[in-house]
Design a protein around this ligand. Structure first.
Ligand SMILES: Nc1ncnc2c1ncn2[C@@H]1O[C@H](COP(=O)(O)OP(=O)(O)OP(=O)(O)O)[C@@H](O)[C@H]1O
Ligand SMILES: [Mg+2]
Length: 261
């Protein structure tokens, strides 16, 4: 289990996280939602130790911050919200960056396998800079996957920590990536993803955490967290949660949707 308890972060002397807590279990897709500026990225960056924080972060009871870098690299891979690449790398070279941090040397053909999993078969030799935004996002996901390919290693569950993994993707590729995350969790791995798409969250999350104002406002099963009142309060606009037969599948609509025509 991954847990962050009472996390405080100040950036440029501004309190950004004010005691946020998170729990995520392997075998589940855990999703963090919340409005812009609510602290989602900052919480992930605290967990990945890219910002200083007060509070406690534990992985299976062990202090996350005390784990040496090589152990951390074997246990979790991180997809940042924005990736800047300063060199003229090919797609294969970017994906290989993830393999350099993997616990065991991956077999030959892993780059091609990873690209195939994100729907980019045949892209290996292309210059990364010449890809579309959505293609670049999927290359970054392939890089992250190669780092923690097997969802469970000898040391326990491995984790994908993803900041908006589908933000640049079309609906077909969004579903492909969400299916990939669901199967990673189904095989025993841990997934923590920051998402803005509440419908995809309702479809794929096992556990939802709703952030606002640097705090976790609600946490639990999707049906308990994704409610009209929680969402309307957090996002400051009228939202309605609906269900459609026969599943019943949950879907969300802005309550004040503009009439057609
Ligand atoms: N270096 C910084 N100095 C001061 N404030 C910062 C700094 N970095 C981030 N912030 C502020 O912290 C708050 C939380 O930022 P964060 O990036 O965690 O939000 P977020 O929930 O990920 O939002 P988004 O949905 O837009 O990605 C924002 O109000 C942001 O302006
Ligand atoms: Mg963010």
């Amino acid at each position: 289990m991954l847990s962050a308890t009472d996390i405080h972060v100040r950036l440029s002397r501004t309190p950004v996280l004010k005691g946020a807590s998170l729990t995520a279990r392997p075998g589940e897709v855990s999703v963090i939602v919340g409005p812009n500026g609510s602290g989602k990225t900052t919480l992930l960056r605290a967990i990945t130790q890219e910002v200083g924080f007060e509070g406690e972060i534990r992985l299976d009871g062990e202090d996350f911050t005390a784990l040496p870098g090589w152990k951390l690299a074997a246990r979790r891979a991180v997809l940042p919200q924005h990736s800047r690449i300063a060199f003229p790398f090919t797609v294969a070279e970017i994906v290989r960056l993830g393999m350099t941090a993997a616990a065991t040397p991956p077999p030959k053909g892993r780059v091609a396998e990873a690209l195939e999993r994100v729907g980019l078969a045949g892209f290996a030799g292309r210059p990364y800079a010449a890809l579309s935004g959505g293609e670049q996002q999927r290359v970054q996901l392939a890089r992250v996957l190669t780092q923690v390919w097997e969802p469970v290693g000898p040391e326990g569950a491995r984790w994908l920590l993803l900041d908006e993994p589908v933000s640049s993707l079309d609906i077909g590729h969004q579903l492909e990536v969400m299916e990939l995350l669901a199967s990673y969790a189904a095989e025993g791995g841990g997934v923590v993803a920051v998402m803005h798409d509440l419908n995809l969250t309702a479809m794929y999350a096992d556990h939802v955490m709703l952030m606002a104002g640097g705090l976790m406002q609600a946490s639990g099963a999707p049906a308990d967290v994704l409610t009209d009142s929680n969402l309307t309060r957090a996002y400051g606009c009228a939202l309605r949660v609906n269900t459609a037969p026969p599943a019943p599948a949950t879907f969300l609509l802005p309550h004040t949707a503009r009439p057609a025509g």
